[in-house]
Structures are given as C-alpha cells and as structure tokens.
Write a protein that binds this ligand. Structure first.
Ligand code: NAD
Length: 356
C-alpha cells in the first residue's frame, strides 16, 4: 500500500528537519513494508524566491491531492521587509484555509529523561503531565476585520474577534472526541467575564458537551489557565480554546516540556487529511549549522501516521524510539545540559532510526 505525502520543507531549519522526519518514515516503512511517496512543493520564502509568491497554486493543488502534508517551517530575515500579504508566513494561513484545517492539536508532555531541563519546581515535575491543546485555527481575531480609523486620540488600529456558534461547535466536537480517547476531561479556556465571543464559546461548549456524557467539561479563564499551566499542568487532559489564546498557551506549554524543538502539532479539518508540523519556526539563528533538533518534526510524522493514516503501531514505534534516544542520552544543543555534550541533527535522527 502506498501513501502519498506532500512535503513542504520551507525555510531556515525547515528542510533539515523535514529530511530527518522523512528518513525516519522510510525506516518505519522498511520495517513494516509500507510504501511512502513523498513529493516536495515550494512554500514560504523559498517559494517567493522561485515564483514570486509565498504559496504557489501548484503547492495548494499538490497538497489537496495528497493524503497528508508534512511541513517544516517558513520565514526568515531575508523576507522580513516584505509587505504583510507577501510575507512567507502568509502561506501558512493560506494553506490551512485551502485545506479547510480548523483544528490544531498540540500535545505537550514531560519527557521523563528531560525532567531536569523542565523549568518547573521539582515537586510539580515529579507529578508529571501529558496534555493536549486543541486550538481553533481559522477563526477569531487573527481572521477578523482589521484596519485603521480615526479615534478619540487620533489615528488608531483595530482588530476584531468574532466566532459563530458553528465554528465553536466543530472545534468542541474535535476536543470531546479526542478527550474520549484520553482521560476524558476537557477544560475550555475563555475570557467569558469580559468578551462576548467567549460567552458564546462557553454556552456552545456546554451544549455540545451533552453529546459526550462520558467526558467531563470544565471552564477556565485564560489568565487563570496561563497560571495553572505552570502551577499544576498535571490537572489538564484536553484544553480547548480559541485561535489567539491557543497560540499563546501552547507556547507556554512547550516551554514547560523542555524545548520548543520537541513539540509536534497536527492541523485537521473534516476528512482524514491533515497537515503536520513542529510548533517551532524556521530558527534562522541556527539554520544551516546542522544542529537543529529534529524531534518535533519526527514526532509530527508520528502524529501523521496515527491520525491521518491510521498507522497506530508504527506511530507508537517512532514515539518509543524518540523516548529511548533521549533516555540513552542523545541531546541536540537545545536540550543538552549546560557544558554537556551534544549531537548533530543527523546524529539524533540516526539515533531514532537505530531504535526503530
Ligand atoms: P523560532 O521557533 O524559529 O525560534 C525561536 C528559538 O527557538 C530560536 O532561538 C531557535 O533557534 C530555537 N529553536 C526553534 N526550533 C528549534 C529546533 N528545532 N531546534 C533547536 N532550536 C530551535 O521562532 P522565531 O525566532 O520567533 O521565528 C523565526 C522565523 O520563523 C520567523 O520568520 C517567524 O515568522 C517564523 N515562524 C514560522 C512558523 C511556522 O512556520 N509554523 C512558526 C513560528 C515562527
């Protein structure tokens, strides 16, 4: 059986880490007799340089024709001076909306072997945590009306947050279904004491929760959630929240996990096709040095196997190999102890492959 996977390697460390994920997928394919067809498409700065636009039509077509998409990262100083709608990052919003991806899953867990790197207090670390942030991806303030106008103090800028009940219902169902396969607890994060969109969000969560009687629903204000994530992350199973709150909370969650270089993500829509990518950016400061941590990209590939391709055993195998490589002491510089030894991107990738 052959699986068609579109690769969007992008900019900065994107190509290095996507190459690592592909090498690991090939190793899994060899072990289990699976055939992966990988096709590269341009995105971001690389696409601007070659075609003049960050998201060429051919890329959209190629991704729509694939079973799933693996993305590295886009952006870098070379393109920072371009106007907003021509910047590499614009391609991310474009490809998500072209593929109808409105659910973003960001797991964050403690890797026991890295517990010394966790910035939290020892007693909190000892309790451990394994949570999933479900972030709404195509609505809210990042997509609302924006502009400039004359205000009371002169010229002012504005951005608008809006959510329909429909948009909240579908992200709620995604969160409840995911929680059903985990510890059956959903915490919906909002700012319902201030925002009207949050009041609709909360009421809609309550309504949809009736369809999932075995999943417990709780609510938390976003300011409290930000605090609880560092005070007691173990209390969370699934956190569901809006686009902007999810953006912020998931970076916070990444930090308590040890390194931004470890965290994968999945973006999903209605069908089985999804786009999988590390949560970090293109890290221009270390691009081309061969020292990027490939684990977030490799773990994104594992999520892709499990969620879009239904290859649970193969996904487990990759995750176990990553855990083992870390436990065996392999560390790229981002997770190495101060003054400790570190390995290159290639060496870390090989360490994972050797454990598959
Ligand atoms: P970043 O995530 O690229 O880097 C932040 C810090 O984390 C840097 O010090 C970097 O070296 C480090 N880091 C990130 N990934 C790492 C890895 N795999 N291994 C080791 N260290 C890693 O964020 P930034 O510096 O704010 O943004 C850089 C560029 O990436 C910008 O152009 C930004 O717009 C873009 N960006 C893209 C995406 C995406 O493609 N999804 C996401 C965020 C930022």
């Amino acid at each position: 059986m052959a699986y068609d996977i579109a690769l969007l390697r992008g900019d900065g460390i994107g190509p290095e880490i996507v190459d690592s994920a592909v090498a690991v997928l090939r190793a899994v394919g060899k072990k289990y007799g699976l055939d992966f067809n990988f096709t590269n498409y341009l995105i971001g700065g690389a696409a601007i340089d070659e075609t003049g636009v960050p998201l060429p039509e051919e890329t959209v077509k190629g991704c729509l024709g694939a079973q799933c998409v693996l993305l590295g990262a886009v952006g870098g100083p070379k393109w920072d001076g371009l106007p907003g709608d021509r910047r590499p990052e614009k391609a991310l919003l474009g490809i998500r909306s072209a593929l109808g991806l409105y659910t973003n899953l960001r797991p964050a867990r403690l890797f026991p072997a890295l517990s010394d790197e966790c910035p939290l207090r020892r007693d909190i670390v000892d309790r451990g945590f394994d949570l999933m942030i479900v972030r709404e991806l195509t609505g809210g303030i990042y997509f609302g009306d924006r502009g400039y106008r004359d205000g009371r103090y002169g010229r002012e800028a504005f951005d608008t947050e809006s959510y329909s009940a429909y948009e909240v219902e579908r992200i709620a169902r995604a969160a409840f279904s995911i929680a059903g396969g985990r510890r059956k607890k959903v915490t919906s994060v909002d700012k319902a004491n201030v925002l009207e969109t949050s009041r609709l969000w909360r009421a809609t969560m309550e309504k949809v929760s009736e369809e999932y009687p075995d999943v417990e629903l709780g609510h938390m204000f976003v300011d409290n959630a930000a605090m609880q994530l560092v005070r007691d992350p173990g209390q969370f199973d699934v956190i569901v929240t809006s686009n902007m709150f999810g953006d912020i909370l998931s970076d916070e969650a990444s930090q308590i996990s040890g390194s931004i270089g470890l965290l994968p993500s999945a973006s999903l829509g209605e069908g089985s096709r999804g786009m999988y990518e590390p949560i970090h950016g293109s890290a221009p400061d270390i691009a081309g040095q061969g020292i990027a941590d490939p684990l977030a990209a490799i773990l994104s590939a594992a999520m892709m196997l499990r969620i879009s391709l239904g290859l649970e055993r193969e996904a487990d195998d990759i995750e176990r190999a990553v855990d083992q490589a870390i436990s065996d002491g392999f560390r790229t510089p981002d997770i190495a102890r101060a003054g400790g030894e570190s390995v290159t991107t290639r060496e870390m990738t090989q360490a994972v492959i050797d454990r598959i």
